[in-house]
Ligand binder design. Structure first.
Ligand code: B12
Length: 213
C-alpha cells in the first residue's frame, strides 16, 4: 500500500519530519498498527543492509533506533486497545549478554502483554545467571531469548546450558528470535523453537502455555 511504502521510505532515509507526517497519515487513515510495524521492520532491514555496505554508519543506526522507538510510542496504546483478559501466564524475555539490541524484543513483549500474558522483561545484555534466576523465581513455562549479533549465538547456548545445570531445562520452553537467528542457530543453541517474527513468537507462547495448562 502506498502510504506504508512512504512510511518505509521515510524511515529508511532517516527523515524524521517525513516519517512523522506519513505516520500521522497512516494512523488517520486507520491502517492496521501491525502493518505499520511491519513497514518499519522493512526499513530497519534496509538500514542494516546500508550499514553493512558502509553507506550508513553507527550514528545512523542509533538515529534509526530513536525514530523506531518514537513510532512505537505512538503505536503502543493502539496495540494495547486490543488487550485481552490478563492472566494467561508469564513469559520471561531478554536480550542475551553482549547484545544491546532491544527494539524487536520490546515489540514481542508489547504484543505478549496485549494478548494477556504477564511479561518479565529482563532488558538487554542479560547474563545467563539472571535468566536462570528469573525462570526459577517466576516458574515461567516460556523463556524468550533475543539476539541480533552473530557473536551472541554462543550466549544463547550458554543460557540453555545454564538452565540444564540448574535442573530447570525440562520445566521451560526456550524460544529464540532476532533478525539473524535461524533454525540452524536454534539447533546450535539447543533451544526449542525459533520465531522469525513477533507474531509467530506470540502464537508459540499461546500454544505452549495453553497446552501446558
Ligand atoms: C537499530 C540497530 C542498532 C541499534 C540498536 C538500538 C536498540 N535499542 O535496539 C544500535 C545503534 C545500538 C546498534 C548497535 C550495534 N549493531 Co546493530 N543494528 C540495528 C539494525 C539496523 C536494526 C535492528 C532492529 O531493531 N530491527 C527491527 C526489529 C523490529 O527487528 P528484530 O530485532 O529482528 O525483531 C523482530 C524479530 O526478529 C523478532 N524477535 C526479535 N527478538 C525476539 C525474541 C523472541 C523471543 C521472539 C519470539 C522474537 C524476536 O520479533 C521482532 C518483530 O517481528 C540491525 C539491522 C538488522 N537487519 O537487523 C543492525 C544489526 C543487528 N547491528 C549490527 C551490528 C554489527 C551492530 C554493532 C556491532 C555495530 C558497531 N560497530 O558497534 C553494535 C552492537 C552493539 C551491541 N553490543 O549490541 C549487525 C549485526 C551483524 C551480525 N549478524 O552479527 C546488523 C545486522 C547490521 C548489519 N547488517 O551489519 N545496532
Amino acid at each position: 500500500m502506498e502510504r506504508l511504502l512512504e512510511l518505509t521510505a521515510a524511515l529508511t532515509e532517516l527523515d524524521e519530519g517525513r516519517l512523522g507526517r506519513s505516520l500521522q497519515e497512516s494512523l488517520g487513515a486507520g491502517d492496521d498498527p501491525q502493518e505499520i510495524l511491519q513497514a518499519c521492520n522493512t526499513a530497519m532491514a534496509e538500514i542494516g543492509r546500508r550499514f553493512s555496505l558502509e553507506e550508513y554508519f553507527l550514528s545512523e543506526l542509533m538515529f534509526s533506533a530513536e525514530l523506531f522507538k518514537g513510532v512505537m510510542r505512538e503505536l503502543e496504546p493502539l496495540l494495547g486497545s486490543e488487550t485481552a483478559a490478563s492472566g494467561r501466564g508469564s513469559v520471561v524475555i531478554g536480550t542475551v549478554q553482549g547484545d544491546i539490541h532491544d527494539i524487536g524484543k520490546n515489540i514481542v513483549a508489547t504484543l505478549l502483554k496485549t494478548v494477556g500474558f504477564t511479561v518479565v522483561d529482563l532488558g538487554v545484555d542479560v547474563p545467563a545467571a539472571s535468566f536462570v534466576a528469573a525462570v526459577r523465581e517466576t516458574g515461567t513455562k516460556v523463556l524468550g531469548l533475543s539476539a541480533l549479533l552473530n557473536s551472541t549465538y554462543p550466549e544463547m547456548k550458554n543460557v540453555v546450558d545454564a538452565l540444564a545445570a540448574a535442573r530447570l531445562r525440562q520445566n521451560v520452553t526456550v524460544v529464540i528470535g532476532g533478525a539473524p537467528c535461524s533454525e540452524e542457530v536454534r539447533v546450535f543453541a539447543g533451544a526449542d523453537y525459533y520465531a522469525p517474527d513477533a507474531g509467530v513468537g506470540v502464537d508459540l507462547c499461546a500454544k505452549i502455555i495453553g497446552s501446558a495448562g
